[in-house]
Design a protein around this ligand. Structure first.
Ligand SMILES: Cc1ncc(COP(=O)(O)O)c(C=O)c1O
Length: 407
């Protein structure tokens, strides 16, 4: 009899993972990067240089740089955050993490207990909802408009919660190129958010992982940069600006919080080679790389916008992204996007159904998120055309032969 592990497992595990079957070509899910934009030669040269110079330091955990991560990478980040996001921080206020997903885990580990509540944006990153669920927390979503999170609604929700004796552990926001809506929170809203967080004595968790990807490189200062109090935890990532497989993210926070996170970061340190190669490469070439990458993503974005206009006509409502790698599209109310995603997956086209990217699943039932970082413009055009065919077959929309351009 083969060994049956099932009775030995924890009772509360999610269902087993499927065996890896590879990505289909028409892949519009996940924060993948553009294969042609990976600076392989420059990374190889950086690796050769840094390993020749500092390879011996791999003999110690954390390269003898301490648990916060490779010091030259933290120095690079402190300088870059100042130049790009107006954040004044020292390497001592930075913690390098294994992707920003680990940043989400660490923040939840030190702040959230079962029964706690958290504020999110009404449409937000699917990864935060799964984590809050596992932590036993509940969440309330606040709508976003063109200026980002609606602070008037936030204030009402916090007042209600206060009246019921509840204080949320933190407000999770993706202020710059919000996932999935693509909005950029205005400076005024950032200031209002800080004022409200102070009035209700709660923390802000600012996830800025797309912030380097606005088309023209401009962006409002990070919320962390506008804060004087230390109540803002800021996190970022190199997944979107360089390569997700590197698994390098970071947290900026005051020492009283960082020192607590260090006590729950049990991984023996984030991968050393990734940090060393990244610091070596980025210190000289990040600025040039990111401006080239923005141009590539803009071409992909133009392709997805024109394909949606051509194939879906007025049936697709969306904001034209100001940067980033995804677009949030509202389809007519007769289209159930969970069913659409299943029908598309059966034909090897992957899209994110909206229900996975909203605080209350019902509110995302007619929306989809399309990621355009990975596919080429040609593949994008083909994928959107095939998706429109599937949508028409399943729901009778978009109407065929009546491709009305959006006004
Ligand atoms: C808003 C947001 N935060 C965090 C992550 C995690 O990214 P990573 O762990 O690759 O840095 C993602 C990935 O898509 C994201 O969209």
């Amino acid at each position: 009899m083969p060994f049956d592990v099932t009775p030995h497992l924890r009772k509360d595990l999610p269902p087993p993972a499927a065996a890896w079957g590879g990505y289909p070509e028409l892949n519009f899910v996940g924060g993948h990067n553009n294969p042609g934009s990976i600076p392989s030669d420059a990374l190889a040269e950086a690796a050769k240089r840094v390993i020749a110079r500092e390879g011996a330091s791999l003999a110690t955990y954390n390269m003898d740089n301490g648990p916060q991560g490779y010091l030259p990478l933290r120095r690079f980040l402190a300088d870059k955050l100042k130049r790009y996001a107006e954040i004044a921080c020292t390497p001592e206020q930075l913690l390098i993490t294994s992707g920003s997903l680990q940043a989400l885990d660490l923040v939840n580990d030190v702040l959230v207990e079962p029964g706690d509540s958290v504020i999110t944006e009404a449409q937000s990153y699917g990864g935060i909802f799964g984590r809050l669920r596992r932590a036993g927390a509940t969440w309330t979503g606040i709508n976003v408009d063109d200026d980002g999170l609606k602070t008037d609604q936030l204030e009402n929700v916090l007042a209600d919660m206060k009246a019921r004796g509840t204080r949320p552990k933190y407000i999770y926001t993706i202020p710059t190129l919000q996932n999935p809506t693509g909005t950029v929170m205005s400076r005024d809203r950032r200031l209002a958010l800080l004022r409200i967080a102070e009035a209700y004595d709660t923390m802000i968790f600012e996830d800025d992982c797309y912030a380097d990807l606005t088309w023209d490189g401009s962006r409002p200062p990070a919320i962390r940069a506008l804060d004087q109090s230390g109540r803002v935890i800021h996190c970022g990532s190199f997944s979107k600006s360089l390569a997700p497989a590197l698994r390098i993210g970071f947290i900026v926070a005051d020492w009283d919080i960082l020192s607590r996170m260090l006590t729950v970061k049990f991984d023996g340190g984030t991968g050393a080679l990734e940090q060393m190669v990244l610091a070596e490469y980025a210190s000289e070439q990040f600025d040039d790389h990111i401006s080239r990458l923005r141009g590539t993503f803009k071409e992909n974005c133009d392709a997805v916008v024109s394909a949606l206009e051509e194939q879906f006509g007025v049936a697709a409502e969306f904001r034209v992204p100001k940067g980033g790698i995804f677009i949030w599209v509202k389809l007519p109310d007769t289209v159930d996007t969970t069913r659409l995603a299943q029908a598309a997956a059966a034909e090897k086209i992957l899209i994110n159904p909206g229900a996975d990217w909203v605080a209350e699943p019902e509110t995302g039932r007619h929306s989809i998120r399309l990621c355009f970082g990975l596919p080429s413009p040609e593949t994008i055009r083909e994928g959107v055309a095939r998706l429109a065919d599937i949508c028409h077959r399943e729901f009778g929309l978009p109407e065929r032969g009546a491709n009305v351009a959006r006004g």
